[in-house]
Design a protein around this ligand. Structure first.
Ligand SMILES: COc1cc(/C=C/C(=O)SCCNC(=O)CCNC(=O)[C@H](O)C(C)(C)COP(=O)(O)OP(=O)(O)OC[C@H]2O[C@@H](n3cnc4c(N)ncnc43)[C@H](O)[C@@H]2OP(=O)(O)O)ccc1O
Ligand SMILES: O=C(O)CCC(=O)C(=O)O
Ligand SMILES: [Fe+2]
Length: 359
């Protein structure tokens, strides 16, 4: 028998008011103990994860970083970034307690009362650099996504001290600081793989001139098979460093085909993925790959990505070193903030964002 769809909200504006305007998020919906998913979250069939498309025997590479100067490690990383766009690193330099602390802080922030979290919403936040929200871009989406988030754009320690929520401020800053070593190691190897041996100031700005950390909260869902946690997308970053908890649910598209590969949680590991900005700068050598998160009917899940980006004011395009040898550029020069605004203006649509930079 089909589940009874008892609608707890009289209409869409009542649901939007509860979830978005009052700051209850999907966490608030989940905690109401609904027996069916509100219709606003029902995704079209083609956007739901289908079991037959999950390739259980495949795995993205798992790379041991205990010897970062070993040329074999650099080779594995460059291969993974070209072939998969996704890999996990183990035995890296970010201490496990830093990772555990940021996960605890994520629970602490989302455990705050709705009216406290709502102070950081788009409508109420005192800065565009701190934003509590839900779904991806609710005003532009055909169906909403089952996720709440806090997004923290780093400008300076002073600004973070003044504006970031106390519940997670120090833990996120520590996670970002400690990750910087690993980010630099990875970018150095990836640049060497393109025969770019020197990262000068301009290049460093384009590769890692800005950082945004998101705290993602995916509450337990009444009909997980009908919705998504995050829809199909590629990140617009240079690289993303993602910490996930032990629940699982992140899937990566295999070779542009119909199959999806699960990214199994490994305690202490970090998931690394190439973003569109690096695909553009490498003139397509490194690939930003589509990924998505399924909703879960039994458990809450959290993840904490650090998006490593160019500065918003940077122009990005294929690196001059790649073009000088007569290679044809496949992307034009674009202002990075225009690129990101284009991404945020529409719902998740797989790999379509990069068409914005195609020649
Ligand atoms: C949320 O769920 C997500 C997120 C993601 C993210 C993946 C990434 O790769 S994030 C890395 C993005 N890169 C950067 O943030 C660095 C560069 N930053 C910038 O260029 C700017 O800060 C800016 C993001 C373009 C904002 O510039 P600003 O001048 O302040 O423009 P606004 O008018 O405020 O914003 C434009 C437009 O974007 C929406 N928006 C802004 N920030 C966020 C945010 N953190 N999360 C969601 N949406 C955001 C904003 O609402 C505006 O839209 P309007 O319709 O209101 O005009 C991957 C997957 C996910 O599920
Ligand atoms: O939660 C995850 O595992 C991935 C989230 C994600 O893809 C994103 O925030 O861009
Ligand atoms: Fe992502």
């Amino acid at each position: 028998m089909a589940p009874t769809r008892a609608e707890p909200f009289s209409d869409s504006s009542a649901l939007i008011d509860f979830v978005i305007n009052q700051g209850n998020g999907v966490k608030g919906l989940s905690e109401m103990g609904l027996n069916a998913l509100p219709r606003q979250y029902i995704q079209p069939l083609e956007e739901r994860m289908c079991m037959i498309n999950i390739k259980a025997q495949e795995s993205i590479p798992i790379i041991d970083m205990s010897n970062p100067d070993d040329p074999e490690v650099a080779k594995l990383i460059c291969e993974a970034a070209s072939k998969w766009g996704f890999f996990q690193i183990i035995n890296h330099d970010v201490p496990i307690e830093v990772l555990e602390n940021v996960k605890d802080a994520t629970y602490k922030f989302f455990g705050l009362p709705a009216e406290v979290k709502n102070k950081y919403s788009k409508e109420h936040s005192s800065s565009n650099n701190v934003r509590f929200g839900t779904s991806f871009t609710p005003q532009a989406e055909k169906a909403l996504e089952w996720k709440d988030y806090l997004s923290l754009f780093y400008v300076s320690e002073e600004e973070a001290s003044a504006l970031w929520p106390l519940a997670c401020r120090e833990q996120v800053l520590d996670y970002m600081r400690k990750s910087e070593v690993v980010i630099k190691q990875l970018l150095k190897m990836l640049m060497k793989g393109l025969n770019v041996n020197e990262i000068d100031e301009t290049k460093e700005s384009r590769l890692m001139g800005s950082m945004r950390t998101n705290l993602n909260y995916y509450p337990k869902c009444p009909n997980p098979e009908l919705t998504v946690g995050v829809g199909r997308h590629s990140d617009v970053s240079t690289l993303t460093i993602l910490l996930q908890d032990e629940i699982g649910g992140l899937f990566v598209r295999e070779n542009n085909g119909d199959n999806w590969i699960h990214v199994p949680p490994i305690k202490g590991s970090l998931v690394i993925n190439v973003g569109d900005a690096l695909q553009i700068m490498s003139n397509g050598k490194y690939k930003s790959v589509e990924h998505r998160v399924v909703a879960n009917g039994y458990n809450n899940r959290i993840s904490v990505p650090i998006f490593v980006n160019p500065r918003p004011s940077d122009m990005i395009g294929p690196l001059p070193e790649l073009i000088k040898d007569g290679e044809k550029p496949i992307y034009k020069q674009v202002l990075y903030s225009d690129y990101v605004k284009h991404f945020f203006r529409k719902g998740h649509d797989g790999k379509k964002t990069i068409e914005f930079a195609e020649l």
